[in-house]
Design a binder for this molecule. Structure first.
Ligand SMILES: [Zn+2]
Length: 105
């Protein structure tokens, strides 16, 4: 994933606005009973390991910075190892947004 690809998506400000809106939706979803039920099993979507609900984080299959949305179909539980691995392949801008989301809790 190069920086060029990131900016090819279009207007940077539009992306930032999109991320802000979807991040707010994700925050609400995280408090929903849907998410509670989702992480209850403690299963990581990516590695299929049982890590326990406390060790799962909310992850977007299509990153917000790439036009992904905070919909139930695009949100999956990920263990910290998988989340970290995914973040290494993520543009810095997305990474910073995800850190903000996590510190908002
Ligand atoms: Zn995992």
């Amino acid at each position: 994933m190069s920086k060029e690809n990131f900016y090819d998506l279009g207007d940077y400000d539009a992306i930032q606005r999109h991320i802000k809106i979807e991040r707010e939706k994700a925050r609400k979803l995280r408090k929903s009973s849907w998410w509670e039920a989702h992480i209850q099993k403690g299963l990581c979507y990516f590695c299929q390991q049982l890590v326990g609900a406390d060790n799962l984080t909310m992850d977007h299959l299509v990153p917000l910075a790439r036009g992904g949305k905070s919909t139930k179909g695009n949100i999956v539980p990920a263990c910290q190892a998988c989340n970290k691995k995914k973040q290494l392949e993520t543009p810095v801008e997305t990474l910073l947004d995800q850190i903000k989301i996590q510190s908002d809790q």
